[in-house]
Design a protein around this ligand. Sequence first.
Ligand code: SR1
Ligand code: MG
Length: 410
Amino acid sequence: MKDFTVDYFTMTEQDAMEYAKAINLFPEDAELTCKEIGDGNLNYVFKIVNIKNHQSIIIKQAGPVARISDEFKLSPDRNRIESEILGLQYKLAPGFVPKVYNYDPIMNCTVMDDLSNHEIMRTALLKHKKFPLFADHITTFLVNTLLLTSDVVVEHKEKKELVKQFINPELCEITEDLVYTEPFYDCPRNEVFEGSKEFVKEVIWNDKKLVLESAKLKFEFMTNAQSLLHGDLHTGSIFIKKDSTKVIDPEFAFYGPAGYDIGNVIANLIFAYANGKFTIEDKETRDDYINYLITTIKDVINLFTVKFNKTWDEKATERVARYEGFKEYYLDTILRDTAAVAGLELLRRIIGLAKVKDITSIQEREARIRAEKICLTAGKTFILSRQSIKTGADFINVIQSAELSSVKGA
Ligand code: SR1
Ligand code: MG
């Protein structure tokens, strides 16, 4: 048996089973099977099952380079950040994250609940499944993890300790590059679908005003240590079933603008919307699914607002947070950032290196181009008009206007 206590190495399925036994996750007589099931861009995820009683766990290990491309060399210490934030979120938002059982700083891996009775939300949305409780669940998660880690609630020296604990330069650099920089010029690392290239050039890269706004937003992202973010809250970071939502993969966590997480949720619902619009053939089924997503997007914004106001009133400890008008000002800035980040995520998944299946799986060329144009047009409006996009209805207007203009321009 290998020694897991001295030097770090990336594990095979066989190693992961031996590791599970070595740290006594299963009884001596357990009969284990293991499958590497990671489908993200960065890590290895081993599902280990004791076939005698079907008991199972997940071991997630950080490798030294990203799976998507070994251009990204990353410290495996990101696994510490992930395990520590999962522990914190487990307390702040009970029921909405998996339980962590062990973190190993030598092997850079974390043992956590197996959520195989759930499904990755992006995969489920691609099958056009509906989750009517999602907006309620995710807004509780968002308000609890974002507001309850901010200076509004946390004593300021304690908060600064948290900023220190979750400093995450390498993963932040990925976001700074892939989200805030590369989509705004003809960067060699971008991967633009050939049918959309002209549109991207004309509407995104040649728009100096938009490019300038991206610079302002990049500096906001790098300097506004407002809340402890998940940092990568797309639908591939969510496990879901009808009555349960679990947020996973918070390795991009750091103190940044609260709107970053909310904007990511919104943009990824819009990708699902674009997928539904261009892949569901039957009109009635399509309209029904699209309406479900419209309602969900609207509810995420509106429920976030309601829960944010309530939690602020109940939990704010900072004296100036009680000054008349400050809560409204603060929420306004979060909603502005939410719109901006929804826009950035929409643009970067179309233009940049890291794609989403919602769009890449649209087989018919013209349909994919139209889906991409809707995302790009909406993304641009979210960024440029972010100051005036505040309500669920405002968010929906942007999507529907982008859709209308894609019909006119088609
Ligand atoms: C190199 S990592 C590419 C993308 O995958 C992650 O999930 C993040 O979204 C990152 O931007
Ligand atoms: Mg991830």
